[in-house]
Design a protein around this ligand. Structure first.
Ligand SMILES: NC(=O)c1ccc[n+]([C@@H]2O[C@H](COP(=O)([O-])OP(=O)(O)OC[C@H]3O[C@@H](n4cnc5c(N)ncnc54)[C@H](O)[C@@H]3O)[C@@H](O)[C@H]2O)c1
Length: 206
């Protein structure tokens, strides 16, 4: 069967479903209806059913969704049922905080290499990861099959770092620097920005 083109809005909702389903799993709850999901996530149950139906028939009438099964399915859809190595570049305030957070929360989608260009940082450790010089980025990314780069360097350095990540073969970049990156079309970029989120939020505050 040909997979339909899935909109980004649907893809962005899947991790939201997954996070709540994993909480249910931790509480040993075995089944959940789209109505219950909708109530908890403040979403329309019909929307949830429609989103999940893009990928298959996961629910059963009168019973709902089997939580464990749906968790595994969503992980497969998001392709996070495999180990996916990430490299972080810029071991400053934000980079260290993100690395420490990721270390405790993720088993498979994890930061496995950290780079910086400061002699004060190179060779020091974040958890079990030794910060490497930027010069080692290409070789490390290829040797460790790293597919995602996370940029936490100052804005003027971000494009140069992105170019090196792309040249090393990464397929996705999560960019925290306040700058728009230019990358080839085969590379996906997601920007995370506290300031723009706050500015957007401000619009809704009277
Ligand atoms: N998206 C957000 O919500 C958000 C929040 C805070 C900070 N930021 C951005 O994140 C970035 C980092 O902020 P910070 O407060 O951690 O800064 P920081 O100065 O504490 O850390 C930056 C680190 O990058 C390293 N670095 C600089 N140039 C480099 C290069 N070419 N290659 C490798 N390493 C390099 C520095 O040595 C330093 O360790 C900035 O661009 C900042 O604007 C974004």
């Amino acid at each position: 069967m040909k997979t339909p083109k899935i909109s980004e809005a649907v893809v962005r909702r899947l991790p939201v479903y997954l996070r709540y389903l994993q909480q249910l799993q931790d509480s040993n709850i075995r089944t959940v209806s789209s109505y219950e999901l909708g109530q908890k996530l403040d979403m329309n149950p019909a929307q949830i059913r429609k989103d999940l139906a893009y990928f298959g028939e996961f629910g059963r009438k009168g019973i709902g969704y089997e939580v464990g099964y749906l968790v595994e399915k969503i992980k497969q859809i998001l392709k996070i049922d495999r180990h996916l190595n990430c490299a972080l570049i810029g071991a400053g305030h934000l980079g260290i905080a993100l690395s420490n957070y990721n270390r405790f929360t993720q088993e498979k989608l994890c930061i496995t290499a950290i780079f910086d260009n400061s002699v004060d940082k190179i060779g020091t450790e974040v958890g079990t990861i030794k910060i490497q010089p930027l010069d080692e980025i290409e070789r490390t990314i290829q040797d460790r099959d790293i597919l995602i780069g996370i940029i936490t360097v100052p804005a003027p350095e971000a494009q140069k770092v992105a170019d090196r990540l792309v040249g090393s073969g990464v397929k996705g970049i999560l960019n925290f620097a306040p700058v728009s990156l230019r990358v080839p079309s085969h590379v996906s970029v997601r920007n995370a920005d506290l300031t723009t989120e706050l500015q957007t939020l401000a619009y809704y505050i009277d």
